[in-house]
Write a protein that binds this ligand. Structure first.
Ligand code: IDC
Length: 355
């Protein structure tokens, strides 16, 4: 080999080495950048499954309109609601709640305890059994790293004052039970309706909230609004005089559309904290057709506003809002073949990691 050729080859080898070294350095820098958490983003509190959870966000608080972690970072909860606990108690089990967290990627479960319908707490239902289901549900949720919403599910009893005596007893007992837990959120009246005014709801809330706060001084408490929890605007005009309060908005996407979305947007942008503790993508009956376009518009808006939301319902009832097919009698270990159209839509929407 000539001297010139050898020098050229040496130069080429050197250049290649320098390039390789530069590439390695650039790679390291990029990796370092990726591993830096985005300081001011809510993503900073996400864990390995990609959603925020009690173990990383701790006891929740409300800052302005925003549900927030113990440290003050914005938190969005996304999850599922049971059907009535008297109707479908079987889905309250540890295996399934763990699966909800790990495979479905949710971070909140709502425990819907009807007060007046079928086996209702205030209309002859088994109070002790229902309380135990709520306690079990909160414990399973805690073990699975989920927040739990304890839902006093008024419906045909349109005014929460109708059963205020039972509500006082229930919330006193249950908040004493949960006083040391960081994963509990109280929803004190699902859907006031009929002629019930915000003033009547306020009177009820001003009785119940201090009872909960006596045991659990900072708990987040969610308050239903008139007209099946659609009139968050009325709550906004006359907010409750307590910290860590949120107001309920519910929608069923095939019936409730742009005007209600505009109400949500205006209310949240005005600084009022709203939590969508129940929604479906069907008609308001919980059955009928699904409206995927309206559902997509709702999800987009709630995600943009960082509003938390919980989908109705965990059951295999023969209705379109049930997550499971009526032919499926499993209580855990679900696969996508077990899901209804709404169930499939939900796991797609949540980008669920394991189902
Ligand atoms: C529905 C259930 C249905 C049950 C009925 C009882 O899906 O199986 O028979 O309650 O009245 C709500 C309520 C919620 C309703 C749901 C669908 O909070 O209890 O569940 N819905 O109708 N508000 C708007 C819709």
């Amino acid at each position: 080999m000539s001297m010139v050729k050898a020098t050229k080859r040496l130069r080429l080898v050197l250049v290649a080495l320098i390039c390789a070294f530069a590439l390695v350095l650039a790679g390291c820098a990029a990796k370092e950048e990726q591993s830096q958490p985005a300081q001011d983003s809510p993503q900073a509190t996400e864990d390995a499954t990609g959603v925020v959870a009690p173990s990383t966000t701790g006891k929740l608080q409300v800052i302005g309109a925003q549900l927030s972690s113990q440290a003050g970072d914005p938190v969005q909860l996304r999850g599922v609601s049971t059907h009535g606990l008297s109707w479908f108690p079987q889905y309250v089990n540890q295996e399934f709640f763990t699966e909800l967290r790990e495979d479905w990627g949710v971070n909140v479960v709502r425990l819907a305890m009807y007060t007046a319908e079928y086996g209702g707490y205030c209309t002859g239902g088994d109070k002790a059994a229902l309380e135990q289901l709520v306690i079990d549900g909160v414990n399973y949720a805690q073990n699975a790293d989920l927040y739990a919403v304890v839902d006093w599910h008024i419906l045909s009893d349109a005014d929460p004052n109708i059963h205020i005596t039972e509500a006082k007893q229930f919330f006193e007992k249950i908040s004493a039970e949960f006083a040391d837990k960081d994963n509990v959120i109280y929803e004190i009246c699902n859907e006031p309706n009929g002629a019930t005014t915000w003033g009547q709801i306020t009177a009820y809330a001003e009785t119940i909230i201090p009872i909960i706060r006596a045991n659990d001084p900072d708990a987040v408490i969610i308050v239903g609004t008139p007209t099946w929890s659609q009139r968050i605007d009325e709550a906004a005009l006359d907010p409750l005089p307590f910290e860590n309060i949120m107001y309920t908005l519910h929608f069923y996407a095939a019936e409730h559309k742009q005007d209600l979305r505009e109400r949500l947007e205006a209310t949240v942008k005005a600084g009022v904290p709203v939590f969508v503790t129940e929604f479906g993508i069907t008609e308001a009956s919980g059955d009928g057709k699904i409206d995927y376009d309206s559902a997509a518009a709702w999800i987009k808006l709630m995600d943009e506003l960082d509003v938390s939301y919980i989908c109705w319902n965990l059951s295999n009832k023969d209705e379109a809002s049930a997550m499971f097919l009526d032919t499926c009698d499993k209580t855990s270990g679900f696969t996508s073949d077990d899901l209804s159209d709404e169930g499939k839509w939900l796991v797609d929407t949540l980008d669920s990691p394991g189902i």
